[in-house]
Write a protein of this length. Structure first.
Length: 257
């Protein structure tokens, strides 16, 4: 019945909190602080620490489980080891891509990323083609004796193809950062090219506007000169008319006299 309850709790999409959360109480933290202070004062000669029940004999409700479980994780230990475990999974402090050999597989190309892997990968590719040809040939062979303990030939070719495929996939995954860097460089280059093209279009528009403004200035200057010439002509005609009027007036006065 208990196993069924545990199995049902594990399959529950909203499981209850772990039962040991009740251990993190104020009373237990006070006991832990008192235990640490007394153990620091009463350390034995050989450096061994006394049992918590002996140290806290005068206290009530001392738990059976070690109070040291309430201690915070040692960050310096985590940094020293470079990894930590959470819910059974191991996490690295500094994220890195593990190689196929570190995962426990059979790695056929150099693990050092600074080395040229192309010759090894070309060899793996050729081996895959040859092994695939041998696999087709072994499929045409008669079936082995069912009483034989030796694995069939085609099974060996399939296993070897699986190993080489894992190496090709692992090498491709190692190139993901390089691919991302190249894609980022291409994207930034394209953005720079677009900005340069937009800037060139803006410069052409500015040059066109500057040319039109120059034409308007020239046209305005010519019109201004034309109007000033017309005003001078009007003034000259007015002066001529005034002289004529004075002459006519003088002639009329002379004729009357």
């Amino acid at each position: 019945m208990l196993d069924d309850d545990i199995e049902a709790e594990l399959r529950n999409p909203f499981p209850s909190p772990p039962s040991h959360y009740q251990q993190y109480s104020t009373h237990n933290f006070c006991l832990l602080a008192l235990l640490n202070s007394r153990q620091a004062e009463n350390v034995s000669d050989n450096g061994e620490k006394k049992d918590q029940h002996d140290v806290l004999a005068d206290q009530k409700d001392v738990p059976d489980w070690p109070l040291t479980q309430l201690e915070k994780p040692r960050v310096d230990w985590i940094l020293e080891e470079g990894q930590y475990s959470v819910f059974g999974d191991t996490w690295h402090v500094k994220e890195k891509i593990l190689s196929l050999g570190e995962y426990g597989g059979q790695q056929l190309y150099p693990a050092d990323p600074t080395m040229d892997r192309r010759p090894a990968l070309l060899s793996i590719l050729r081996s895959m083609l040859v092994t695939y040809s041998h696999l087709l040939k072994s499929m045409l062979a008669p079936p082995p004796n069912p009483n034989s303990a030796e694995s069939p030939e085609w099974q060996k070719h399939v296993d070897w193809l699986s190993v080489m495929s894992q190496n090709i996939m692992s090498a491709a995954n190692d190139l993901r950062p390089v691919q991302a860097r190249c894609n980022l460089e291409a994207m930034m280059t394209r953005q720079l090219q677009l900005r340069r093209e937009e800037t060139a279009v803006i410069h052409r528009k500015c040059d066109d506007l500057q040319r039109r403004l120059s034409e308007l200035r020239v046209a305005a200057s010519s019109m201004e000169t034309k109007y000033s010439n017309q005003e001078d002509e009007v003034k000259r005609q007015k002066e001529i008319c005034s002289v004529r009027m004075v002459f006519l007036h003088a002639m009329r006065s002379k004729l009357r006299s």
